[in-house]
Design a protein around this ligand. Structure first.
Ligand SMILES: Nc1nc2c(ncn2[C@@H]2O[C@H](COP(=O)(O)OP(=O)(O)OP(=O)(O)O)[C@@H](O)[C@H]2O)c(=O)[nH]1
Ligand SMILES: [Mg+2]
Length: 383
C-alpha cells in the first residue's frame, strides 16, 4: 500500500524516580544514604531505513510510546533506562508538529537518525544529595516527563527527474524501459494510481526517476486523480514531459494541446514552482507513426514549446538513451546551480547565524536543536 501521509501520537518514556533509602546493616547502623538514581526514559528515534518506500509500516499504528526508565533502588542501584523506540521511515519523510504546523524534521539520507521525542531524565536518588552538612538527606527527585506530541508525517519522494504528461502518454512504459521498475502499464487512462521510483544507470551515474499518475485538465480542481501527488515531484531537479504523438490518430488531443494542458496544471499547482523547473519535452510513441509524420508532429510541437523536442519510443527504446543522458546533464547543471546558490546564501548569512547548527541528522545536544536537520539538499538520496 502506498501511504504518504499519517498523523501519529508519539510519547517518549518518563524517567524513573530517584530512590530514598538508607543503608542498614547489622554492624553499621548509620550507613548513610544509598538511594540510587532513576533510569532515563526511552526516546523515540526516527531512522531512515533501506527498503522503506512509503509510510505504510509506520502508519500501521496511531500511537507510539517508548519505555519508561525504572526507578532507582537501594544499595545505590540506578534504575535501568527505558529502551529507545526506533521508527523506520523512507527517505523524503518530513515531520511536522500537528498543532503548530512547524517543520520538525526533514529526513532525506539513508542511515540518518533524528531524536523526535526525548525520554525524561531519571530522577536523582538521595545518595546524590548527601553533603558534608547533611549526611542523611531524605530528598530525591522524580523522573522527568518524556517529550511527546502529535506529529504529521508526510512523504515527498526524492527523485531527480519527475515524469509528467496526460494519462496514457507512456510515462510508466518509459520508466520500465530505462529502469528495473515494474509499474503497471495499460491502454486505459489512470493506470498509475500512485508514484513509482526507478533508478536508471547513465554511464555509472544513478538517476532516480519518478513516474506519477497522469494529469488532466482541471486536476488542480480535483478532476481525475487530482494533483495532490504532484508534491512527490516538488523536489525533483528536472521534469520530463511526455506527449503522446499518436493520440490524434485515435481521437486524442493534438500534441500541442496536450502539452499546454499539462503546463497549465503545473502552473496551477501550489506556488507555481513546478512550472519553473527545467523541462525536457519528448514526443512519445514515435514507433507508432511513419517517420515523416513523426518528424512533422515533432516540429509542430517544438514550435509550440519554443524549445527542442525529442522523438521517443518507450516501446522500441528509440531515443531513450540520449534522452536519459540529456536528463542527467540537466540534473547535474541544476544541482551545480543549487549548490552555488546555497553557498552564496550561506556566505550572506555568514558567521553569527551559522553557529550552533545541529549535526547531520541528530539532535543530541538539547532542546534548541529541534529544528529541521540540514540533510543534503533533498537531491541525491533514494538509492
Ligand atoms: N506504440 C507505443 N505505445 C506505447 C508507448 N509507450 C506506451 N505505449 C502504450 O500506451 C499505453 C499507456 O502506457 P502507460 O505507460 O501505461 O501510460 P501512462 O502515461 O503511464 O498512463 P497513466 O498511468 O494512466 O497516466 C499502453 O497501452 C502502452 O503500451 C510507445 O512508445 N509506443
Ligand atoms: Mg502510468
Amino acid at each position: 500500500m502506498f501511504v504518504d501521509r499519517v498523523v501519529l501520537e508519539i510519547q517518549a518514556g518518563k524517567g524513573g524516580d530517584g530512590a530514598v533509602s538508607f543503608l542498614r546493616e547489622k554492624f553499621r547502623p548509620k550507613g548513610g544514604p544509598d538511594g540510587g538514581d532513576g533510569g532515563d526514559g526511552g526516546s523515540v528515534i526516527l531512522r531512515v531505513a533501506p527498503g522503506r518506500m512509503t509510510l505504510a509500516d509506520v502508519g500501521g499504528r496511531r500511537h507510539y510510546r517508548a519505555a519508561p526508565g525504572k526507578n532507582g533502588m537501594n544499595r545505590n542501584m540506578a534504575g535501568r533506562g527505558g529502551e529507545d523506540l526506533h521508527l523506520d521511515v523512507p527517505p523524503g519523510t518530513l515531520v511536522y508538529d500537528d498543532a503548530t504546523g512547524a517543520l520538525v524534521a526533514d529526513l532525506t539520507v539513508y542511515g540518518a537518525e533524528f531524536v523526535l521525542c526525548r525520554g525524561g531524565r531519571g530522577g536523582r536518588g538521595n545518595t546524590s544529595f548527601a553533603t558534608a552538612l547533611n549526611q542523611a538527606p531524605h530528598t530525591a527527585t522524580r523522573g522527568g516527563k518524556g517529550e511527546g506530541g502529535k506529529f504529521r508525517f508526510e512523504l515527498k519522494l526524492i527523485a531527480e527527474v519527475g515524469i509528467v504528461g496526460l494519462p496514457n502518454a507512456g510515462k510508466s512504459t518509459f520508466l520500465a524501459c530505462v529502469t528495473r521498475a515494474t509499474p503497471r502499464i495499460a491502454s486505459y487512462p489512470f493506470t498509475t494510481l500512485h508514484p513509482h521510483l526507478g533508478v536508471a544507470d547513465v554511464h555509472g551515474r544513478e538517476l532516480v526517476l519518478a513516474d506519477i499518475p497522469g494529469l488532466i485538465e482541471g486536476a488542480s480542481e480535483g478532476k481525475g486523480l487530482g494533483d495532490d501527488f504532484l508534491r512527490h515531484i516538488e523536489r525533483t531537479r528536472v521534469l520530463l514531459h511526455l506527449v503522446d504523438g499518436s493520440a490524434p490518430d485515435v481521437g486524442g488531443p493534438a500534441p500541442e494541446d496536450a502539452y499546454r494542458t499539462i503546463r497549465g496544471e503545473l502552473a496551477a499547482y501550489a506556488d507555481g514552482s513546478l512550472a519553473r523547473k527545467p523541462e525536457l519535452v519528448a514526443l512519445n510513441k514515435a514507433d507508432a507513426l511513419p517517420a515523416d509524420e513523426a518528424e512533422a508532429r515533432r516540429r509542430a510541437l517544438e514550435a509550440a514549446v519554443g524549445a527542442p523536442v525529442r522523438l521517443l519510443s518507450g516501446v522500441s527504446g528509440e531515443g531513450a538513451r540520449p534522452l536519459l543522458e540529456a536528463l542527467a546533464a540537466q540534473v547535474e547543471a541544476a544541482q551545480a546551480e543549487a549548490a552555488q546558490a546555497e553557498s552564496a546564501q550561506a556566505e550572506a548569512a555568514s558567521a553569527p547565524a551559522a553557529r550552533g547548527a545541529p549535526g547531520p541528522g541528530r539532535n543530541d545536544a538539547d532542546e534548541s536543536t529541534r529544528t529541521p536537520t540540514p540533510l543534503g539538499a533533498g537531491g541525491a538520496a533514494a538509492r
